[in-house]
Design a protein around this ligand. Structure first.
Ligand SMILES: [Zn+2]
Ligand SMILES: [Zn+2]
Length: 636
């Protein structure tokens, strides 16, 4: 455990100590540290409330003040069971004891009257646990399985100092206000409908505008870098993914394949069992196995997967990634070295199976659109192409005000054999990634063991305005798929050569990126991304006509505007525009109509004076064209 984990885990013991003082009948399960704090799972008939947490927290304070030492005691398995029983904690703790492998040490930690089965480690005294807070209560199934009883999980956090705790709580408060699920609903950006399915995002008109603007932005950058746009379908034949290796190895993270009607009817007639059907779905023909194994030079497809042709099932998969489709486009015509690099880009929608407990708004979903591209190049071109991909990610992040990031270069683990391909290719690919990262001018770390199985990769870890880190853009070098699909180009020597592939996605996925952007901007999007850019607010009926005229002019100029024709008071109209986070509100009174001017209220600056309409229009057009970042709000 790191020192911080040790502190937080100790805090969970302090929590359990306090809890048993308040609720002696509680049955304890486990209390590990987490990335942001700690929790303890308990079984208690009484349903814990916020008031209970206050009471428990006050008791924790006492336990801390009592300055109890944490004492370790090693015991035999029999003694351990005896201690657990004597404390009335056999319901879950005996099971946890049974989890400890034979031959491993069994230990308890004691502080004051409390004693817990635990491998450790802990801080030395309970007084070290002084900056803590209980945060919430949630339901959690024992051992994470819905078949088991649902327990109550008490979440808390702890830090070495009160200042760090306060800072963390402030950040959490900010995060709550910026929660993309809440803002997404308030600003009508997206919905998730149970009837459509969990983890499937419905982009509503406002959200669709943001996505469209982002896609336009990135498409412009792609054209500058010489990419070609392609479109491919959402499904592909099962066999395609057997060649690529995505099926059946990544089965658990994919939707179940669709079996063709005729194949299905045939196996039903044969009375084929479900188990047999699964085996046949995974199976390949001897021809395919021989081809792929010859190309890769190893037994990539094991002999036990081979079945006679008449037993094979035809089927389709929702595509889990876009690479095989793009590879087929590349392979559809011969290439000379003079044609390379070929850069194929697509906003390609893919589907992955995530456990329902893992789903979270837009940031963890089951269907998402990657801003994907695959580059096919010669080895000599690799360094320059990796660099091009990195500069693209950099442009994207800078434009969106996410300039606080670090770069992680994932390399192979020298002691592992899970990586495919030749050592010299790996050396070249890793050197290309490392050299490219060096030129970025930002801190980067090399992390052995973080490479994909087919090649090294570069990830961007981006900090948002409240200091949280997100993994966004990624660039990966791949020597593996060109082999599996037998891709070639004609070299200067007139011989066929293998191209190298790069997979890259600056945003990652549109869904996740938009979720992060909503939180990053707290809903105050830059003008170019704002679903509504200008709101026209007539002071009275008399200026509605003037408002309509300006609305027409704004729309003709490509500015997203609306006219508030409601009968409310002016103040209410302005307030509504503020709540809806419209960047500019134009107040139109009689004087303004006469002088063809507008009284501007800016989201950032508040009252921003009266200017001729033409001048205002030119200003917003420039702000949109340059994709300016929003100004910091004036704080009152
Ligand atoms: Zn412990
Ligand atoms: Zn790919």
């Amino acid at each position: 455990m790191t020192p911080l984990e040790e502190l937080r885990h100790s805090a969970s013991h302090v929590l359990a100590t306090a809890l048993l003082r308040v609720f002696p009948e509680a049955k304890l399960d486990i209390g590990p540290p987490t990335d942001t704090g700690f929790y303890y799972d308990i079984d208690l008939d009484h349903k814990l409330t916020a008031e209970d947490l206050v009471k428990i927290e006050a008791e924790m304070k006492k336990v801390s003040d009592e300055n109890q030492p944490f004492l370790r005691k090693e015991v035999s398995r029999e003694e351990a069971a005896e201690i657990i029983r004597s404390r009335g904690q056999e319901r879950y703790k005996l099971g946890r004891l049974a989890d400890i492998p034979e031959g491993e040490k069994i230990s308890f930690y004691q502080n004051g009257e409390f004693m817990d089965l635990c491998a450790g480690t802990h801080v030395r005294y309970t007084s070290k646990v002084k900056a803590f807070r209980l945060l919430s209560i949630a339901g959690a199934y024992h051992r994470g399985s819905e078949k088991n009883k649902q327990l109550q999980r008490i979440y808390g956090t702890a830090f070495p100092t009160k200042e760090e705790l306060a800072q963390h709580l402030e950040q959490a408060e900010q995060a709550k206000l910026r929660d993309h699920r809440k803002l997404g609903r308030d600003l009508r950006l997206f919905v998730i409908d149970e009837d459509v399915g969990q983890g499937l995002i419905l982009w509503t008109p406002n959200g669709a505008i943001i996505r469209q603007e982002l896609q336009t932005f990135i498409s412009e950058e792609l054209r500058k870098q010489g990419y070609s746009q392609v479109f491919t379908p959402h499904i592909g034949k099962l066999e395609l993914y057997k060649i690529s290796g995505h099926f059946p190895y990544y089965k658990d993270s994919q939707f179940t394949p669709m079996v063709e009607n005729e194949s299905l009817a045939k196996i039903l007639r044969e009375g084929c069992s479900c188990a047999e059907m699964v085996v046949r779905l995974d199976a390949v023909s001897s021809k395919l196995a021989a081809e792929v194994n010859a190309r890769t030079g190893t037994e990539s497809i094991a002999a036990d997967r081979i079945r006679p042709d008449e037993q094979l099932l035809e089927g389709f998969m929702l595509k889990p990634m876009n690479c095989p489709h793009h590879i087929k486009i590349f392979a559809s015509q011969p290439h000379s070295y003079r044609d390379l690099p070929v850069r194929l880009a697509e906003f390609g929608t893919v589907y992955r199976w995530e456990q329902s407990g893992e789903l979270n708004g837009m940031t963890r979903v089951r269907g998402f659109t990657q801003d994907d591209a695959h580059l096919f190049c010669t080895e000599d071109q690799l360094p320059a192409e990796v660099l091009g991909c990195l500069s693209l990610v950099k442009v994207v992040l800078t434009t969106l005000g996410m300039s606080d990031y670090r770069v992680r270069v994932g390399l192979r683990d020298p002691d592992s054999n899970k990586y495919t391909g030749l050592k010299e290719n790996w050396d070249k690919a890793e050197a290309a990634c490392r050299d490219a990262a060096k030129t970025l001018g930002v801190a980067f770390t090399e992390e052995p063991g973080e490479a994909a199985f087919y090649g090294p990769k570069i990830d961007f870890m981006v900090k948002d305005v409240i200091g949280r880190e997100w993994q966004l853009g990624t660039v990966q070098v791949d020597y593996n798929l060109p082999v599996r699909f037998d891709l070639t180009y004609g070299g200067a020597d007139n011989q066929p050569h293998r191209p190298v592939m790069i997979h890259r996605a600056p945003f990652g996925s549109m869904e996740r990126f938009c979720g992060v952007l909503i939180e990053h901007f707290g809903g105050d999007f830059p003008l170019w991304l704002s679903p509504e850019q200008v709101r026209l607010v007539p002071v009275s009926e008399k200026t509605i006509e003037y408002g309509r005229e300006l609305l027409g002019l704004l729309r003709a100029a490509g500015v997203r505007a609306s006219l508030d024709e409601h009968n409310d008071k002016l103040g209410a109209k302005i307030r509504r525009a503020e709540i809806e986070k419209v960047p500019y509100t134009l107040v139109l009174g009689g004087k303004e109509a006469e002088a063809r001017s507008v009284s501007v209220r800016s989201r950032a600056r508040g009252d921003d004076g009266t200017v001729p309409f033409d001048q205002f229009l030119a200003r917003v057009q420039e702000e949109i064209r340059t994709r300016s970042l929003p100004e910091k709000k004036k704080t009152a």
